[in-house]
Design a protein around this ligand. Sequence first.
Ligand code: PEP
Ligand code: MG
Length: 545
Amino acid sequence: MLTLKGKSVFPGIAIGPLALFHRNTVSTAVRPVEDAEAEVTRFQKARETAIAQLQGLYDKALEKVGEEQAAVFEVHQMMLDDDDYIESVETQIREEGLNAEAAVDRTAQQFAEMFRNMDDDYMKARAADVLDISHRVEVELCGGQGIDYSTYDEVILAADDLAPSETLQLDTDKILGFVTSAGSTNSHTAILARTLGIAAVVNTGTDLHNDVDGHDAIIDGTTGTVYIDPDAETLAAMQAKKADEEKRRAALEAVRGLPSETKDGHRIHVFANIGNPGDLPQVAASDAEGIGLFRSEFLYLGRTDYPTEEEQFEAYKKTAQALGGKLAVIRTLDIGADKKVDYFGLAPEANPAMGMRAIRICLTRPDLFRTQLRALCRASAFGKIAVMFPMIISVAEVRRCKEILAEVRHELDEQGMKYDPAMQVGIMVETPAAAVLSDELAQEVDFFSIGSNDLTQYTLAIDRQQTTLDAFFDAHHPAVLRLIRQTIENGHKAGIWVGICGELGADLSLTETFLKMGIDELSVSPPSVLPLRAKIRSLDLHGTK
Ligand code: PEP
Ligand code: MG
């Protein structure tokens, strides 16, 4: 039995076979080809595999999300069957002597350029699709797609580390949990694991290799331990612990449907955090009273081009409708730092967490911002949406955001498009600057949502991804708690509501402190909703605030 110790990300217990994660490294470099016909055959085989994969995705999407959403995989199959596309690749192989990877890549770029130059918005959007299908073929040509989940029913995934975009693309139906040798508990990968409620241990410091692929494994997320080839005694102990854990979760069902209220009648709202509409079933299952943070940047990850206004509109509309009148706070994109997107073409930075990220990108590229705001406003006609701006450091930034929002609304008016003119506008308080200026900022907005993850990182000057500084890190640092208290007080003085959507909101050892500070809302990962509500209902504040 091999025992690894790491950091727990979600306190679940998973038992199952281990599957090693292989990264999709794609090289489309030109290399000499001796046999052009063999290269054409390689392309044809990869193309057929890609079509078969898309058929699998279509079937799955049809079952899970319906025909309308599944249609994209059908369109992608048709694009891979397109005669012009196939001819272009084969001609480049036969007449220009290119290898299949390079020929597919060039064809993809040429077709994407052609789509981008079309007048019709629908056709413009096909540029992203042609890049996407070509990438699928390139991955096949370069050795295949990550893990073949089909050989397993359910697996525990082992990786060196996972980028947020990689986590997003995992087949979560089949993942019981994951273990990584690197990574931090505050990374967005960890946050995704919490959203999905899957057991995860990161930073074990040990890379796992092929010799343990498929072996039995256990993740004990309550202690941050991973067992590979567990002995009979450990297996029995863990099975018993898992059963206890399931009982504990079942007991939480007692607070489902009840208000998030202390024994002495102090009531707040418990909301859920999500990354995309795919998380909506988790929100419904969690019994959250709304969505306190929709990290909209996840819609931009794992793609080859910007999501269009229509794509975003559909995602936000679906969210608004699914909530049936409950509030959904949608944060405008927070790309940058650990959430990297190649097609944004951002210059490399020495300190990306303190660089071009979030609202700074939006204010530098207002067209990008306008597209997102148009989609958000249009979706607000279908439910109760609030918009929230991230990484704010000044009153001037908020005013500029509101100006652009007003312009977008004016444009929609002129086009006769519907939106909710009463949509709430808020900001994240996640920089020390925003917390210190919270009295002035509160005059500008309808609500504050405290981003404790970044607020802690910037207040303590400790990179949230950096695990070697753990000895200096204190999640309950008095400076952070003081800034939170000050933000709540300043918000209330101006008559606006204040919530917390960072990970600290789910820290049950702070629930009483936050309630006494007067917090109005706590937004946590869906599996944390019921435990938090149970905690709130166990408290008696004796009338203190
Ligand atoms: C935060 O910083 O606390 C927050 C909620 O935003 P993110 O974790 O996405 O940076
Ligand atoms: Mg943040």
